[in-house]
Design a protein around this ligand. Structure first.
Ligand code: NAI
Length: 258
């Protein structure tokens, strides 16, 4: 049995993963705004620092893996928060926990990306690079110029930035070289409180018109299974992967992409 940190463990995919790992006999250190072993607000630098310190203390500086599932969906006026939680809430946590992940020799990290990365039009690439490099002020200013689209663009940009950060770091000496397998899972729509809120919002009609060839939404339990596999020895050779599990939307919109 191992010790795993799961951010966003109080709801949706993170909660399903935490339940699954506990059922399998592992120790889970959940991090969330509520109902978690560690209560922390990942939208602020101090919250992220406190979360890292608390995880290191609780784990004794040794982690078998991490699942970064805390995240915010697209909502107007929340562009800055989305960038803080979806990007820095992942990258700051992983930087802070890297030595604990290296300590076990073959740790596995799964970051939840999104298929919005390949299905959202008009995402400014420079803003994505700025987000990845931690220049949130200028990135968010640029994103807010996409009048009427700034929420979906902020969301997709945050997921692109965090996915790029993961691929870049996955292969570095400090990560792959230390036996840490860093990968991304990129879901299409999954029926969680996050998606429910979008379906119930004034953009619900647009959300419903998002084409999913298999004509159903994913479930948190399915993602718990995929993520458990990505944390298992079966995934020892998976490094820097972005695993798209989306009911066919990406293939529908980009049939020629490799
Ligand atoms: P959810 O809303 O059910 O769960 C997200 C969790 O993150 C919540 O427990 C929330 O409290 C926590 N969280 C949010 N802000 C936080 C903060 N500042 N500090 C600490 N914790 C915070 O959402 P869901 O659907 O389970 O999403 C999990 C991940 O999957 C997110 O990164 C989301 O972007 C991603 N995703 C979800 C999809 C979906 O359709 N549900 C599709 C693609 C990606």
């Amino acid at each position: 049995a191992g010790t795993y940190v799961v951010s966003g463990s109080a709801s949706g995919i993170g909660q399903a993963v935490a339940d699954r790992l506990r059922t399998d006999g592992h120790t889970v250190i959940g991090v969330d705004l509520r109902d978690a072993e560690i209560i922390a607000d990942l939208s602020s630098e101090s919250g992220r620092r406190e979360a890292v310190a608390a995880v290191l203390e609780r784990s004794g500086g040794r982690l078998d893996g991490a699942v970064l599932a805390a995240g915010l969906g697209p909502a107007k006026g929340r562009e800055r928060l989305i960038a803080e939680v979806n990007v820095l809430g992942v990258t700051d946590l992983l930087e802070g926990l890297r030595s604990a992940l290296a300590a076990t020799g073959n740790a596995k990290v799964v970051v939840i990306g999104s298929n919005s990365t390949t299905t959202t039009p008009l995402v400014p690439r420079r803003a994505v690079r700025r987000l990845r490099d931690g220049d949130l002020d200028r990135a968010v200013r640029q994103i807010r110029r996409r009048i009427g689209l700034s929420a979906p663009v902020a969301y997709a940009a945050s997921k692109l930035a965090v996915s790029m950060w993961c691929r870049e770091h996955a292969v570095a000496d400090e990560w792959a070289g230390a036996g840490i397998r860093l990968n991304v899972i990129a879901p299409g729509p999954v029926l969680t409180p996050l998606l429910r809120a979008q379906l119930d919002s004034d953009t619900g009609k647009q959300v419903r018109s998002f084409p999913v060839p298999i004509r159903q939404y994913g479930t948190p339990g399915q993602f718990a299974d995929w993520i458990a596999l990505m944390l298992s020895p079966s995934a020892d050779f998976l490094v820097g992967g972005v695993i798209m599990i989306d009911g066919g939307t990406d293939a529908l919109l980009r049939p020629d992409a490799w």
